[in-house]
Design a binder for this molecule. Structure first.
Ligand SMILES: *Cc1c(COP(=O)(O)O)cnc(C)c1O
Ligand SMILES: [Zn+2]
Length: 429
């Protein structure tokens, strides 16, 4: 029995050969594949259940490597019934060996999984949207929607445009220009709510009960969330089929970090990588730190932050849907969590740009900043492998660095003026 969240005709249930159905994370109740996200018995969140025996018989490193370089090379681990129809080219972003940043921080083996250059909208959200909208079409939905802190808005608007689906995108009104314009350009209907993200999300839950829309992170959430696993699968494959000892992941609702963990476990379970110990670390901004605050206080009771106040707006979720599960992943792997101030965020954005030539958004500054903090606390050994999940692009959050990266030097187009600028030595550097 599944609880219906739709008033119109229920979309058809589907099932790929590797997917068994939906399962409640709390009470274990099973459901057919449907656009549902809450257990009808205990109100726990629903998750995709796979048939790992079937996956084990069909996948191998060689098969995966023979496929095109995008996230669908792991399609057996993703919950579509047929081939992807939205976001067919998403994923397989670079895993960069960060020699310069590593040297600066005294680290032997540091990598950056760079989703700041994910296709098409420059954040890891293109992965979740590719799965959510492909699945929404399998279910027969005609309209795409989302509640977003910015990057999801960009990705739903862009991918829906390409798929020819009308889209309605809900955002808090105070987002960065880059995130707002980067949604409007695709012709989606953008609804800016005067309130926090949590208020936007609450409204979207009500809308999901009334309108037959695929709200990717509400009624399609179990499918949406699985898309995040591809970032971790790629990390392990690009590392030479191995799980890094430490992975640092930025947290908003806390979904991505749990899926990094799930993906590593799935690869281990199927023998695609060795069974090595790994630790997962979560990163937030101090101005909105409900999950890291719980981890630091060693309590799984996530106290919501009522009025988030940070430049890391993409992470500013005061009441994180997956906070409890994120907490568990950090505890169970022996990792942990930390948060950093706005000043530390900007400083770390600058450090990453100066050392590696990577311009990340504020969320990336959070991740790099938390690595520095954990190193200062001596919690991550300097000779072990570390991967930073860099999830978004700095061009979208330019407000954060205005006035903090200097100014260009202005002259007229005259050689004398240039030489006056560089001085007697004639050396411009
Ligand atoms: C959404 C987002 C995250 C985290 O997402 P959750 O899965 O909700 O924790 C991290 N980084 C960026 C840039 C994001 O947009
Ligand atoms: Zn349940």
């Amino acid at each position: 029995m599944a609880v219906s969240t739709l008033n119109s005709d229920p979309p058809e249930a589907g099932g790929s050969s590797t997917v068994k159905g939906l399962k409640c994370r709390e009470c274990g109740e099973r459901y057919e594949l449907a656009p549902e996200h809450v257990c009808g018995f205990c109100f726990g969140p629903l998750e995709i259940e796979y048939d790992y025996e079937v996956i084990g018989k069909t996948t191998s490193r060689e098969l995966i490597e023979s496929r095109a370089p995008n996230m669908w090379r792991y399609k057996e681990f993703l919950p579509l019934s047929g081939e992807a129809t939205v976001g067919k080219q998403v994923g397989f972003t670079p895993l960069v060996r960060a020699e310069n940043l590593g040297r600066e921080l005294g680290l032997k083996e540091l990598y950056i999984k760079n989703d700041a250059v994910n296709y098409p909208t420059l954040s890891f959200k293109d992965r979740v949207v590719a799965v959510a909208l492909s699945k929404a079409r399998e279910f027969g939905f005609k309209v795409a929607a989302c509640a977003s802190t910015g990057n999801l808005a960009n990705s739903v608007a862009a991918n829906a445009a390409e798929a020819g689906m009308p889209a309605v995108v809900f955002i808090p009104a105070d987002l960065e220009q880059g995130k707002i314009l980067g949604s409007l350009i695709y012709g989606a209907r953008i609804v800016a709510i005067h309130g926090t993200y949590d208020e936007v999300n609450r409204l979207c839950s009500e809308i999901a009960n009334k309108y037959p829309w695929a709200i990717v992170n509400v009624n399609i959430r179990p499918f949406y969330a699985e898309g995040s696993k591809a970032m971790a699968f790629e990390t392990a494959e690009q590392l030479g089929w191995r799980v890094p000892k430490h992975t640092i992941v930025p947290m908003a609702g806390g979904s991505l970090i749990t899926k990094y963990h799930k993906a590593y476990c799935e690869f281990q379970k199927l023998g695609l990588v060795d069974q090595t110990d790994f630790k997962v670390w979560g990163a937030q901004a101090t101005g909105c730190n409900p999950i890291t605050n719980a981890v630091k206080n060693d309590t799984d009771l996530i106290r919501p932050v009522k009025t988030p106040n940070t430049i890391a707006k993409s992470l500013a979720i005061g009441n994180p849907a997956d906070g409890y599960y994120a907490f568990k992943v950090m505890k169970d792997t022996g990792g942990g969590g930390e948060d950093v101030t706005d000043e530390e965020i900007v400083d770390s954005m600058k450090l990453l740009a100066r050392t590696e030539g990577i311009f990340t958004e504020t969320a990336g500054g959070v991740t790099v900043g938390v690595l520095r903090k954990l190193l200062a606390q001596g919690r991550i050994p300097t000779d072990e492998s570390i991967v930073l999940a860099i999830t978004g692009n700095g061009l979208k959050t330019q407000e954060a660095i205005v006035g903090k990266v200097g100014e260009p030097e202005h002259i007229n187009a005259k050689i004398e003026e240039f030489e006056a600028l560089v001085g007697e030595s004639g050396n411009p550097i």
